[in-house]
Design a protein. Sequence first.
Length: 400
Amino acid sequence: MNKIFLVDGTLREGEQAPGVFFTREEKIEIAKALDGLGVPILDVGMPSISEEEREAIHEMSHLGLKASVGVSLRLKKEEVDQAIQCHVKEIFLICPVSSLHLRLKLGMDEKGVETLAKGVIEYASRKGLLVNLVAEDASRAERSFVQALCRDAYQWGAQRAFLCDTVGVMEPFQMKEWVKKIRDSIPPEMGLGVHCHNDFGLATANTLASIEAGATFPSVTVNGIGERAGNPSLHEVILSLEKILHREHGIEIRNLYSLSRMVETYSGIFMPAHAPIIGFNAFRHESGIHVDGILKNHQTYKAIDPQEVGRESSFVLGKHTGIRTVLHLLKQRGYEAKEEELKDILKRVKERKTAVEKKGIREMAKKVEAYYKENLDFPMETFWEIVKEVLGQDGSGYNR
């Protein structure tokens, strides 16, 4: 089976999540952590954003990472030059391919973008960069055009092609069929990757379907952060490769949880308690039926050993607790209890739990909403203050 090479875009796509930004120090720490995890390819930003961004990219390219450090570019030779100045090894060349994107973003047709892409790919290839053609909005483009463009791009010097489900409209069965057709139509030496979005909650499923169809360069982000609803989560894809598809990936899964917590802290986007693998409740059990099964054999209700991913499992007391949980906890402390005493303890636990008012939950909901508005937004009042400072008090630009 072909090895899977993950492409992590946390520092580029992840930082494009509304309201998120990383300091240079945070970018470097995340890059090092991803490298330590064994992620082979990093997309760390867009040099065209700012001089500060270019400086951060330049620093990351000189960290001595095992991972290949790449950046995302538009179809502009000057942006290729910026990438070269940052000393990165490869580029992800964003090439719109749907008629909607071609018409509205570039103001050209398919022939026009072919000519433009050919010139930029050949230029970057001559400069010694590894070129990844990123077919933006490919899932809404003419399939024949995408196939032809990928084939031609290989002749022009691109070593890989990435198919993008830019607005997350694919589903796994379509995705598998589509990716297989592309894989069969391009040179076998050309790498094929996918970049999925999670607008319908299908990013991970579509990525796995693509891998089954022959894609070996899946794009992910830590915690799935990215534009709008985000991208496939690194931890979901890795554990699925490990436990379901049984594919070689080279990632140290024990450190997934610590990396997730790091990105939570630096991004300000916190994972829900029920998030797979890294969520607070992912390995916690309350239901009496489940606990009873786990005490008999932990595999009854666990597909993943929590210790494999740096976690621990635990039992939680509450409304759905059963006698076996109480008995298990008592034995751990050396207590013995008669059946009636066990029932009385259980009754009191349930009464105590359900008697708790939900005032705290409602207050937290308000705090979370306020937090997101404050930290993942930019006040429009502040924007208009800046406008007035720059353009003059009347905002016209002439009152100076």
